[in-house]
Design a protein around this ligand. Sequence first.
Ligand SMILES: NC(=O)C1=CN([C@@H]2O[C@H](COP(=O)(O)OP(=O)(O)OC[C@H]3O[C@@H](n4cnc5c(N)ncnc54)[C@H](OP(=O)(O)O)[C@@H]3O)[C@@H](O)[C@H]2O)C=CC1
Ligand SMILES: O=C(O)C1=NCCCC1
Length: 310
Amino acid sequence: MSRLPKYIEADDVKRILKMTDLIPIIEKAMGDFSKGEDGGVVQPVRSIIPVEKHGGFFGAMPAYSENDAALATKLVTFYPKNAGTGLPTHMAAIILFEPSTGELKSILDGEVITSMRTAAASAVATKYLASENSKILCILGSGEQARSHYKSLHHICNFEEVRVWSPTLKNAQAFSSQLKSKVCETAEEAVRGADVIVTATFAKQPIVEWEWVKPGAHINAVGAVNIKWQELSSELMQKSVVHVDSREAAMKESGDVIISKAEIFAEIGDLVNGTKEAQREKTTVFKSLGIAIEDAVSAKLVYDKHMENQ
Ligand SMILES: NC(=O)C1=CN([C@@H]2O[C@H](COP(=O)(O)OP(=O)(O)OC[C@H]3O[C@@H](n4cnc5c(N)ncnc54)[C@H](OP(=O)(O)O)[C@@H]3O)[C@@H](O)[C@H]2O)C=CC1
Ligand SMILES: O=C(O)C1=NCCCC1
C-alpha cells in the first residue's frame, strides 16, 4: 500500500460535504468540546502569528477527538488585503492523522471546510437561540462566510425575507443576484426588525448598535477575530446574553468580548449538553471564533466518505 497521503481538493470537498450531514456533527463536536476532559477532546487555543509586513495572519489549529477518532491540524492564513485581488482572504490546509498509530492519512483543502463548518456552528447556535418563528434574516457582509451562512441557516429557519448589506454595493448586488435576497443601503436598514442577524465582515469598528436590534433577536457574530476589532457595539454585547464556542478562545482572541467586558453566559456546547438553559426569548449573541475540533471532525467526515468511494 502506498504511504503517500491523499490530497483531497476543494472541488472534492465541496462535492462530498453536505450541510445536512455537517450540522449534527458540528453540534456533537461543540458539545464534546464543552464537556472538557469527559468529552474526549484535546484542543488548545490556536496559535496565531501576525505577518505584519504584509498585513496577514498565520494560524495553527491542532485538535483531537477521542470519540470521533479525529486527529488533525489546520494551517490557515488570513490576509484581509487580498480582498478584490482574485485571491481568497482565507486559505487553509487540514492535515489529518490516524490517532491509533500517528500515521499521516490525508491533506485536505481547508477553505471549503472552514467556510462550511463555521456556518454549521452558527446553524447550531441559531437552532438553540433564535425564536422558533424567525422570518427575517439579515446578513452583513457578502463574502465567503456570508454565502455559507445563507445556506446553513436555511436548514434551521423558514425565512420569508433575507436582507444583505455590504460596504461595496456591487458585492452585495452580486450576492443578491445569486442568493435570493434584498440589498440594503445601510447596515441599520438591514438589521432593524430582523429575527436572525449574521455579521461576517472584516470590520474593525462596530457595525451593529443595540438600539437597532429587535428585542429577542439572535446574532451570529463571525468576524472580528482579533483583540482590537469589534463588529458589535459594546452596549450590544453588554445587554445581550453572550455565547461563545470556546470561553478560553474568546478571552484570548475576541475584541467584541474583551473590549466590551461583556459577561459570557455559556458556550454553545453547554446548550447542546443541557448544562445551561437556552434563553431564546432574550436578545442573544453567538460570538464565533472558530475552533479546531470543528475542522478535525469535518476533515474526518470528508476523508471517510472519500475513501468509501475509492
Ligand atoms: N468565526 C469563525 O470561525 C471564522 C471567522 N472568519 C471571519 O469571518 C469574516 C468574514 O470572512 P469571509 O467571508 O471569509 O471573508 P471575505 O473576504 O470573503 O468577506 C469579507 C466581507 O467583509 C466585508 N468588509 C470588509 N471590510 C469591512 C468593514 N470595514 N466593514 C464592514 N464590512 C467589511 C467585505 O465587504 P465588501 O466585499 O462589500 O467590501 C466582505 O463582504 C472575517 O472576519 C473572517 O476572519 C472566517 C473564518 C472562520
Ligand atoms: O477558525 C478559523 O479557521 C478562522 N477563524 C478566524 C479567522 C481565520 C480563520
